[in-house]
Design a protein. Sequence first.
Length: 534
Amino acid sequence: MIEHPGRDAATADERGDAERRLADERLRLVVESLRAMIFEYDLATREVYRSDAVRALFGWDDVEATEEWWVERMHPDDLERVASRVLPIIHQGGGGRWEAEYRFRRGDGSYATVIEHGTVLRDEQGNAARCVGTVMDVSDRAELAAQLRQAQKMEAVGQLAGGIAHDFNNLLTAVTCNVELLLDATDEGDARRDDILQIRDASARAAMLTRQLLAFSRRQVLQPRPLDLNDVVRSMEGMLCRALASEVVLRTELDTALGPVHADPAQMEQAVMNLVLNARDAMPNGGSILVRTANVSLRAALQHRFGVLAPGEYVSLGVRDAGSGMTDEVLEHLFEPFFTTKAQGKGTGLGLATVHGIVVQSGGQVVVETSPDIGTEFRIYLPRSTRAATPRRVTPSPEAPLGVDQVRTVLVVDDDDFVRDVAARALARAGYRVVAERSPDAAIDLLARRDIDEPLLVLTDVLMPGMNGTQLAERLAVHRPGLRISFMSGYSTDELARSGIGAPMRSFLRKPFTVPELRNFVLQAFQTDEEDGS
């Protein structure tokens, strides 16, 4: 047998080269899969090796193999903090590892949030020789964490605002209704009439602030139905034009094939009004406001500054201005209550917070796009409904008292003395026969003792001590099938659900209400049941 040692050696070398190439390829794949840049810093030569990920992750092509190149692109506000963390670890004896989070400027000028992990390698004398490590782009994680912190802060403020607003609901109902009753009983020439009007206007503004707080905290009472946002815009167009300055032009681009959404018409009107007025204020020298609607199909999730919009079918309503845009600082606080860039006394800072609350409570989101000197667009995204939009029902106004042949009785049940008393007096002056009770048990006992032949409506508060309004309705329905029952509350549907109120409430009056609203609501409750054959 003839041996060929040269061939065996060559084969071994080739096999070794192949194994090294395979190892290098494996290392390359590992590096790429890490989604991180690997670095090695030689402290003697001050040369720095950085993997190709620096180009893919941060968009830099002209990368220099120096420490200074990297440091110059770190955010100035982070330099001192990072240096105080890393330098002592490098120059102290023994081994050392560090972790530092900071901002690094990308090639396009924006900043990425990165986490750097490093390890110090020392020579036989214990001197630092090299540093090796990784830099990972965690911008998405940092943004999600910031969104979570913001959401938690907004939720805490919302709970406080919602609680305060609810405490005012009954008080405002009593004040507003009593002022209106007093105004009705005051002659036109009475010198006190102007004072009463001032109180009425002030209570109306207080009620508006309360509704805004509830909208921001997503604790308002919504009455959603299938709705065409084009109809909302068209019905408001004249009013919006009157609210704008003469140098501001309103334009609309409405999708003729727009799908319906499931939302509260009044709340959507408020959202559109707030966005248009915000756009007007962004253009003190005049300009153009564009209100546009469109159907939107998202095949993938849309991540934006204030959240993530899941894939699905949506309807969008956008309001775009031609103002100067917003800074990052303004965007950071954009939907916080009482935050405003206007001069003191020029705004409450609740307009955009109200819009955000209305949209989120309606199952949608608000996306904001802004550019310096180009303008800003707020886009509302609401899930597209499978039900066709329905026209809004026009409620008749019972300005004149009911005739003798129209005797109807209303049983008012509310544990708040002020609300119960003023509601009873307002309905009595409209021609109704009114009975008032402060508890569900008392209402049950009354109807058990008295036989009321004329049409009867029970108007009850929802949350009361001992028994809630829906439980009262169930008890009364056993003894008096077909009894008309309507509800009133200042609590949202979500809060009522958290309190165990799960029964549907077709006829619902939100607090605070005015005397005309109360009378219209009661008349409609009677007429609806009579039309249904009750």
